[in-house]
Structure formats: C-alpha cells, structure tokens
Design a protein around this ligand. Structure first.
Ligand SMILES: [Zn+2]
Ligand SMILES: [Zn+2]
Length: 141
C-alpha cells in the first residue's frame, strides 16, 4: 500500500480542442517508424507513451484515420478535428492501452523510449541510437 497521491497526466493538441487525461503512469514508451503514423503525423517518426486505456479518457471532436495493422487488427490514429494534430493511437490488437503522442503531453514529462518499432519502415536518414531495442516490425504482442 502506498499513500502517494495519484498522479495524473494530460495531453492536448496544438489548438487545445482535443485533450486526453490519464490517471496512471505510462506503461510503455516507444518510437514508432511505421508508415501509418508517418502518413498521419507528417513527421519522420512518432514518439508515443502508452497508458492504460481504462485510466485514460479523451475529449473533443476528432477525425479518425483507420489502417489495418500487420497483425490484421484495425489500428486508428485520432486527430483533432480542428487543427488536425495526431494525438492518440489505438490498436485493436492492444486494447488495454492507448498511445499518446509524447510531445503533446503536458510537463513535467520526459520521454524515455524503451523500444523503437517498425524499424524496417524507418526513413534512411533516421538513426536508431545504440543500446535501444529496435523491432523490425511491431512489438511482439
Ligand atoms: Zn486541435
Ligand atoms: Zn506508427
């Protein structure tokens, strides 16, 4: 038993209309090099912190971009309907977690990725730092 106060995290898109609030710490942080994230976010790779879905809630109007993951499961990127910022990653194969774009998490939060995933799809100019686990495709389910 711990008497520590519950910690909460929040994230928001650039314009602030789409927000997420998480009441437990991230369970996994990773850098995703997949083409789906790249197509939606427009950045070479995406930094995600994954939180327990049951401890996370989002609010605001979104546009959803749906893809089929390598596993055959649907994978969705949720973007703000107003500014278009990608904020959330939900994948049917990992229903217990949601990914939140790390740069959009309000401080103090330091992104510390344990893995890089979809390294096979990464842009040639992007270097994966030594000492970090890189999976050629998605992380093992
Ligand atoms: Zn927005
Ligand atoms: Zn991705």
């Amino acid at each position: 038993m711990s008497n520590a106060l519950p910690e909460t995290w929040s994230a928001r898109c650039r314009c602030g209309a789409f927000t997420a609030r998480m009441s437990s710490p991230p369970v996994l942080q990773l850098v995703c090099h997949c083409t789906d994230c790249r197509a939606v976010a427009g950045t070479p790779f995406s930094n995600f912190a994954f939180f327990r879905a049951r401890d996370a809630e989002t609010s605001g109007a979104t546009t959803k971009r749906e893809f089929v993951a390598d596993s055959g499961h649907a994978t969705v990127r949720e973007c703000c309907a107003q500014c278009g910022d990608m904020l959330i990653d939900r994948t049917a194969g990992f229903p217990k977690v949601i990914g939140v774009l790390a740069e959009r998490i309000d401080g103090p939060f330091t992104f510390t990725p344990q893995h890089h995933v979809w390294a096979d799809s990464k842009l040639p100019a992007v270097e994966i730092p030594p000492g970090v686990t890189a999976y050629p495709r998605g992380a093992a389910a």
